[in-house]
Design a protein around this ligand. Structure first.
Ligand code: T1G
Length: 683
C-alpha cells in the first residue's frame, strides 16, 4: 500500500497519507505528496486539492528515524514549496495532531480546515531543533509574530479552536465531517481568482520590532538559559520580520542545520525515543493480560497519599482514601480539593471537572472499605516495620486478585511482599513529590511480582499520565540510589572547604533547577532530625542545634528574606568551618571542575552499577529517571547519555583522579570495560 494515494471526487483531487502510526513525513510520503501535486497540476479536470491523512492523525512531523542518516529526496521544504506554488488551491484537512513538518505542510496549503478536536504545534524546539521547512517564516506571516513566537519557542501545541482564533485555520468542523467539509470548502474556493499564499503575506509581520523580541526574550529568559534551540527559534522569526522570504528561509535553514548537527539535539532525540523505550518491559510474554483497575485504595492522606490519589481522580478512577484519624482524613481531603481549585483558578481545569474528581473520592477510617479495590497503594510512614504490619492487614482484607503496592522510596519491596500471602501481587509504585505534579513513576518489580501485575501497572502509568520506568529491588531503586553518592560528595566537598553556594552554583550552571543545598533548605534541614538524640556529632546536628531549619524559618545554608531571595549564610559557613576544623579535615580551595566531577561522575558510576546488577533494563531508562524525577537538564540527554558524550574514559579518569577523596566509591566494572573499549552506554 503506497504511503500516499489519490482519488477524484468530481473536480477535487483527494490526496491521502496512510503511514502508520503517526503519518510521519517519511521519504515515501514526501515523494507521494510531490507526485500528487504534479498529478493535480497536469489534470485540467482537477480544480482543487484536499490533503488528508488516514489513521489517528494528520502528519505528526518529519520522520525522526531518518535524522542522522543521508537525506533522501525530495526534501520537505521543496515539497511544501510545490504545494504552495500549485496553480490549484490546496486545502489541508487536519485531525489529530498536526505537528512540526505536518503543520509546515499545512502552512504551505492555501487553506486549512481542522476537526474541532485537533491540535496544531511546532514542537521542534523540544527536539533541540527549530521548524526547518519554512515554519518560522510562514507561521508569523499567517498568525502574527507574537503568537508564532509562543508556538515555536515553547513547542506547545494549541487546540484547533485557538488556531481558528489566531487565523491559523480557516474553518473548524465536526470531527466526523472533516473530509466532506474539506472537499466542499475546496470546491467552493476552486473558482476564486487568487488564493492566500503564506510566504508572500506581509500584513501580519508588520509592526514587529526589536522591542517585540527583547520583551519576548526577557519573558522567556529561564527557558533560554543553557539551551541553544529556543534562541535559534527567536532568531529565525526575527529573520522573518527583517528579511525577504527567500533570505529568511536561508537563515532558517542555516540555523536548523547547526542545531541538527549539535550535541543538544542528539541528546533530545535520544530522550524522545528513550521515553518510549522505557514503557517496554524486556522479557514480558507478548500475551501478558493486564488486570482491570476500576477502583483504587490509598492508605494515608498526607502529602504523598493525597498527591497520589489526585493522579487517579484526574484520570476518572474512583479512589477510597484511608486515614487513622478523622482530623487527618478531613485535612487530606481538603488539601486535595484546594489543589484542584487552584488548578481551576489557573484555567487548567473546569469547575465541573473539579467536582467530578472530588465526587470520585471517598474517605474512610476503616480498612474494610478497601476490600473491593483492584489496587491499593500505601503511602504511610517510611519504616519497614510499619509497612510490613500494613501489608499484613491489607492481605487479610483486600480481595484476591487485587494489586498491593508500596510507595516506599528506598525500602526492600521483597521484604514487604513477604509479609503477605500473595507476593506475586505486590509491587512498588514510587511516586515523586509532589505526586500530582511530577511525571516520573518508578515501578519496582519484586522477585515474585507477577508479569500481569507489572504489565497492569505500566499500562496504568500511561493512563494517569506518568512516565514510568521499571526498577529492580535495591536501596533507593534507580533515582535515589544515584542521588546518594552525589549527596555524599556534596557534603564531603563542604568539609574540604567548598562553600554551599559554590557547590549549588556548579550544578545550576550545568542546568539543574537547583543545587543540593538549596534542595536541603527547601525540604527542611530538620527532616528526620531528633532533637532528643542530637549530640552535635554530625554537621546536620550542629546546624539544627543552632536553629537552622532552611527556608521554613528563613535560616539554612542560605538566609532568606520575606520574598525568599537567598544569600549565603555566614552563620552556616562558620558552623561548617568549625565542624571541619574539629574533624581535622584539611581546608583547600576547590575548583568548579573538581566540584562537577565529584558530583556527577559518581552518579554515572552508580548508574553503571545499576546496569551491571540488572536493576535498570537499559541505560536510557536511567536517563529518563533523572530527566523526569530530578530535573537533569534535558539538552544533555541524562546522566548516561552525557557520560557517552564526554567519553566514558573521561569519567573513569576523573574517578581515578579523585579516588583518594572518595574512599567509599567502587568503580563499576561495566564502566571500566566500556571505557577501555571506547564504547558507550547507549549504544
Ligand atoms: N517520526 C518518527 N516516529 C515517530 C514520530 C516522528 N515524528 N512521532 C512519533 N513516532 C513514533 C513513536 O516513536 C512511537 O513509536 C509511535 O510513533 C507512537 O508514538 C522539518 C524537523 C504524535 C503526539 O516532534 O509528539 O518535523 O514506540 O508513543 O503518545 O520542521 O508521537 O510505537 O515504535 O508518542 O499517541 C516534529 C513527535 C518532528 C512529534 C503521538 N514532530 N511525536 O503521541 O504516540 S521534527 C514531533 C509526538 C520536524 C520539521 C522538523 C507523539 C504524538 P513506537 P507515541 P502518542
Amino acid at each position: 500500500m503506497p504511503a500516499i494515494t489519490t482519488r477524484r471526487d468530481g473536480d477535487v483531487l483527494i490526496v491521502t497519507s496512510d503511514n502508520p502510526p503517526v503519518n510521519a513525513l517519511s521519504a515515501d510520503v514526501r515523494q507521494g505528496l510531490a507526485a500528487a501535486i504534479a498529478e493535480a497540476e497536469g489534470d485540467p479536470q482537477v480544480k482543487a486539492v484536499v490533503i488528508a491523512a488516514a489513521g489517528r492523525t494528520f502528519f505528526a512531523g518529519a520522520d525522526i528515524t531518518e535524522f542522522g542518516k543521508p537525506p533522501r529526496e525530495p526534501g520537505l521544504p521543496a515539497v511544501i514549496d510545490a504545494i504552495e506554488a500549485s496553480g490549484k488551491p490546496v486545502v489541508a484537512a487536519i485531525h489529530g495532531t498536526a505537528l512540526g513538518g505536518g503543520l509546515e505542510v499545512a502552512l504551505g496549503c492555501h487553506y486549512r480546515i481542522a476537526a474541532a478536536s485537533a491540535k496544531l504545534g511546532l514542537p521542534e524546539v523540544k527536539l533541540g531543533l527549530l521548524p526547518g521547512a519554512g515554519g518560522t517564516q510562514r507561521l508569523p506571516r499567517v498568525v502574527g509574530v507574537e503568537p508564532a513566537l509562543a508556538m515555536i519557542v515553547t513547542g506547545d501545541p494549541i487546540p484547533a479552536k485557538k488556531a481558528a482564533a489566531i487565523g491559523l485555520v480557516d474553518a473548524l468542523v465536526a470531527d466526523d465531517l472533516l473530509l466532506a467539509e474539506a472537499i466542499a470548502f475546496a470546491r467552493a474556493v476552486a473558482d476564486k481568482d487568487a488564493h492566500p499564499v503564506a510566504s508572500t503575506r506581509a500584513d501580519r509581520i508588520a509592526g514587529a520590532d526589536a522591542a517585540t523580541f527583547a520583551a519576548f526574550r526577557k519573558a522567556n529568559a529561564r527557558r533560554l538559559k543553557g539551551f541553544e534551540a529556543p534562541e535559534a527559534c527567536i532568531q529565525a522569526v526575527e529573520a522573518a520580520v527583517a528579511l525577504p522570504y527567500a533570505e529568511g528561509v536561508a537563515k532558517e535553514r542555516a540555523l536548523f542545520l547547526k542545531l541538527m548537527n549539535g550535541t543538544q539535539s542528539r541528546a533530545l532525540r535520544h530522550l524522545f525515543f528513550a521515553e518510549r523505550a522505557a514503557a517496554k518491559i524486556d522479557g514480558l510474554p507478548a500475551d501478558t493480560q493486564t488486570l482491570p483497575i476500576a477502583k483504587v485504595g490509598i492508605l494515608g492522606a498526607g502529602t504523598m497519599g493525597g498527591g497520589i490519589a489526585m493522579n487517579f481522580l484526574t484520570a476518572g478512577i474512583p479512589v477510597t482514601i484511608i486515614e487513622r484519624e478523622q482530623a487527618a482524613l478531613d485535612r487530606g481531603i481538603a488539601i486535595i480539593r484546594k489543589n484542584y481549585e487552584a488548578s481551576a483558578a489557573k484555567g487548567r481545569m473546569t469547575a465541573e471537572a473539579v467536582e467530578k474528581a472530588m465526587g470520585n473520592l471517598a474517605g474512610s477510617l476503616d480498612y474494610a472499605d478497601l476490600a473491593d479495590c483492584d489496587l491499593v497503594i500505601e503511602a504511610v510512614f517510611e519504616l519497614m516495620e510499619i509497612k510490613k504490619e500494613v501489608f499484613g492487614r491489607l492481605d487479610a482484607i483486600v480481595k484476591q486478585g487485587a494489586i498491593l503496592a508500596t510507595n516506599t522510596s528506598y525500602l526492600d519491596v521483597d521484604e514487604i511482599a513477604a509479609a503477605t500471602s500473595r507476593p506475586e501481587a505486590v509491587i512498588g509504585l514510587h511516586f515523586f513529590s509532589p505526586a500530582n505534579v511530577m511525571k516520573l513513576l518508578e515501578i519496582v518489580r519484586g522477585a515474585k511480582t507477577a508479569p500481569a501485575v507489572l504489565a497492569t501497572c505500566m499500562g496504568l502509568a500511561r493512563r494517569i499520565g506518568k512516565i514510568a520506568v521499571v526498577s529492580g529491588v535495591c536501596h533507593g531503586f534507580i533515582g535515589n540510589r544515584m542521588l546518594s553518592p552525589r549527596q555524599r560528595e556534596a557534603n564531603a566537598l563542604l568539609m574540604e572547604g567548598a562553600r554551599p553556594v559554590d557547590v549549588d552554583r556548579v550544578l545550576l550552571d550545568f542546568g539543574f533547577p537547583m543545587g543540593p543545598f538549596q534542595m536541603a533548605d527547601l525540604a527542611g534541614l530538620d527532616i528526620g532530625w531528633d532533637p532528643a538524640k542530637s549530640n552535635g556529632e554530625t554537621l546536620r546536628d550542629r546546624l539544627c542545634e543552632a536553629g537552622l531549619r532552611g527556608q521554613k524559618n528563613g535560616r539554612g545554608f542560605y538566609d532568606y528574606d520575606a520574598s525568599r531571595n537567598r544569600t549565603p549564610s555566614a552563620e552556616a559557613e562558620a558552623i561548617i568551618a568549625d565542624f571541619a576544623a574539629k574533624a581535622g579535615t584539611e581546608q583547600r580551595s576547590i575548583s568548579d571542575e573538581e566540584i562537577l566531577e565529584r558530583l556527577l561522575y559518581p552518579m554515572v558510576n552508580e548508574g553503571a552499577l545499576i546496569l551491571e546488577e540488572g536493576i535498570a533494563q537499559r541505560a536510557s531508562d536511567i536517563d529518563i529517571v533523572w530527566l523526569n524525577g530530578y530535573g537533569w537538564p534535558a539538552w544533555t540527554g541524562g546522566p548516561m547519555f552525557w557520560a557517552d558524550t564526554i567519553g566514558l574514559d573521561t569519567v573513569v579518569a576523573g574517578l581515578e583522579k579523585h579516588a583518594a577523596r572518595m574512599p567509599a566509591l567502587r568503580v563499576s566494572e561495566l564502566l571500566k570495560a566500556r571505557a577501555a573499549k571506547g564504547e558507550t552506554f547507549n549504544g
